[in-house]
Design a protein. Structure first.
Length: 600
């Protein structure tokens, strides 16, 4: 394809003119980026992990795809804590080997119930048993030709060690299946993960899981959002891979597999995925080689185009160059003035928002206190005065009132969202390559329906669901400011949900066995005070963090503009001899790229 010398020069030019930035904002060399892709072509195995956040149905998907029954443990909560490889075997009997970090010989087992003891988070939390990995051998057509599927712990696992296990495992892979959710669709944290991992892969499949209780409308909305996010990542990283998301009802597919019902498997969408995988895995080296070839051709085209732009610049005479850079200076001055004006408006909005929300917290917390008192008086009047029934009633009523309160809070958040959305949509910024963008260009307005699911985040989700919802809010806004907004909203919701789920029950348990409304008065008042205080504290934190993020945004933009101005100054100050030298070098580099293009 290229000699090693040509490849080195090609990578250096790409590093110089087209910096490669991953999802975390880290600059990566093209040599490192492509080296593992070429190495994977020399391997005898094609390792394909199933990736996604915890609880998306990864184990269920692999059970449906490769097994006749439930072999990999599945649960509504996080389950997998150890990498489980599924490899080909001509034998039709179930063979499972458990490998340990401190033992040379694996442990052979045969039953799924035994496997659970080593890979299920409930039985081997944080890998206390020091398991390295597990291998399941299976006679399945997809696994022929050295294909290995891997079930990994979920990304952003509740257990930090599980997340590290997954991230270390996927570092040098060439392919992966990404399992996406319908509700919620791709969140901001997932987007960062996808931006980091997907561009490193030569081949990727995207599957959106549809659970039985998710409607057709929710599936279509989730699909639209997920496609949009993937398209944004593809544009940013200049991938030419076609984006195709296959909808699969994993539960229906698994049911069909267990009951040997082909109609359910076909209706679930699994058969389409299965055929697609068979097509690739039958001759995976050829598929990877062709995709890698296309990636290099695209990079070569972009690099040649960039050098030709630079050549046009150095050919400008002194007057034309001064005129061009003066125009840029005027743009930078107007941009900085616009930043100050827009951020000043947003700061005033945030001040007013905090004032309004504090008044809202005072008013609503008193209303909910009165309702709680009235409802408990009704319950104790019906002779529910002690024991478990009183405990449950007191707890459930507070949850009901919390839900009602959050419906009102939802409206306030919607108003805030619309105001900030408008201001952020007008805020422009300078990108690394010098182009001027705005937030509307990088995030479409239909990206997230803020009002959807706010109340369930508190009433049923608990702390982590609140944070996940906050990440969705971040998606809506986009960029560093969007991340801050999403994180703070999520934090606010998570703290409230944690309180309703934990401390409220503690109050109820303390009052067990007490019979009179007088005995209940103290926790009822505490309910009001904590509700009021929680809202005010989080709103204040929200305002401070957003204001801080705006300051950081302006500082970052000032640095970027100062860097661009210095670049322009250096260009203007170059002597004719230096300009001629640069022109010659660019022409030579373009000639080198043309020769590569011919050889490719």
């Amino acid at each position: 394809m290229m000699s090693s010398i040509s490849r080195e020069r090609f990578y250096k030019l790409a590093d110089q003119y087209l910096p490669l930035i991953d999802g975390n904002g880290t600059i990566q060399s093209y040599k490192d980026y492509y080296s593992h892709k070429f190495q994977n072509l020399e391997k005898d195995e094609f390792v394909v992990p199933v990736l996604g956040v915890q609880g998306t149905g990864k184990s269920s998907f692999l059970n449906a795809l490769l097994m006749e029954d439930i072999v990999l443990p599945v649960d509504v909560d996080e389950t997998t804590c150890i990498p489980v490889e599924i490899r080909y075997s001509e034998s039709n009997t179930r063979e499972i080997e458990v490998y340990f970090n401190d033992k040379s010989e694996p442990l052979s087992i045969h039953e799924a119930s035994e496997l659970e003891l080593f890979v299920h988070n409930a039985y081997n939390y944080s890998n206390k048993k020091n398991v390295s990995h597990v291998v399941i051998y299976k006679n399945n057509e997809i696994l022929k030709n050295g294909v290995v599927f891997v079930d990994l712990p979920g990304v952003f696992s509740l257990n930090e060690k599980n997340t590290k296990t997954t991230m270390s495992y996927i570092e040098n892979l060439s392919a992966a299946i990404f399992l996406l959710r319908t509700v919620p669709p791709i969140t901001n944290s997932e987007k960062v993960f996808l931006s980091t991992v997907w561009p490193k892969l030569t081949k990727a499949w995207f599957i959106q899981n549809q659970w039985n209780d998710e409607s057709k409308r929710e599936v279509l909305e989730g699909l639209k959002h997920n496609k949009q996010v993937l398209q944004e990542i593809a544009i940013k990283h200049h991938t030419n891979e076609e984006i195709n998301i296959q909808i699969v009802n994993v539960y229906q597919a698994l049911t069909g597999r267990m009951q040997d019902r082909k109609d359910l498997i076909n209706e679930s969408g699994l058969e389409i995925v299965e055929n697609s995988l068979l097509k690739i895995t039958a001759d995976w080296k050829k598929e990877l080689s062709e995709q890698l070839f296309e990636d290099l051709k695209l990079l070569l085209f972009r690099l040649k185009e960039k050098l030709q732009e630079k050549l046009v610049e150095v050919r400008l005479d002194e007057g034309e160059l001064h005129k061009k850079y003066q125009e840029q200076e005027n743009i930078y001055d107007n941009l900085l003035a616009d930043h100050l004006e827009k951020t000043s408006i947003m700061n005033k909005m945030l001040q007013q928002y905090e004032h309004d929300m504090c008044q809202f917290a005072d008013q609503q917390s008193r209303i909910q206190e009165k309702k709680l008192r009235m409802k408990m008086k009704h319950i104790t009047g019906n002779k529910v005065v002690d024991g478990e029934r009183l405990t449950i009633a007191f707890y459930e009523i507070q949850r009901e009132l919390a839900s009602e309160f959050l419906e009102e809070l939802n409206l306030k958040f919607r108003e805030m969202k619309q105001q900030l959305e408008g201001s952020l949509g007008e805020l422009k910024f300078i990108d690394m390559d010098g182009s001027i963008l705005d937030f509307v260009m990088i995030q479409k307005k239909e990206a997230f329906k803020f009002e959807k699911g706010l109340v369930p985040a508190i009433t049923i989700g608990g702390t982590l669901y609140g944070i996940a919802l906050g990440s969705q809010v971040g998606i809506f806004f986009g960029g560093p400011i969007g991340t801050i907004i999403g994180g703070i909203v999520g934090l606010s919701l998570s703290l409230l949900s944690g309180w309703f789920g934990k401390e409220t029950m503690e109050y109820a348990q303390k009052e067990r066995g007490k019979a009179s409304m007088h005995d209940l008065e103290s926790p009822i008042q505490a309910f009001q005070k904590r509700l009021n205080l929680s809202i005010k504290q989080q709103i204040n934190m929200f305002k401070n963090q957003i204001q801080h993020s705006l300051v950081l945004f302006i500082e970052n933009q000032e640095r970027e503009i100062a860097f661009k101005r210095e670049e322009n100054r250096i260009e203007v100050d170059l002597s004719k001899v230096e300009l001629e030298k640069r022109r010659c070098q660019l022409e030579e580099d373009i000639g080198f790229l043309v020769s590569l293009e011919v050889n490719l």
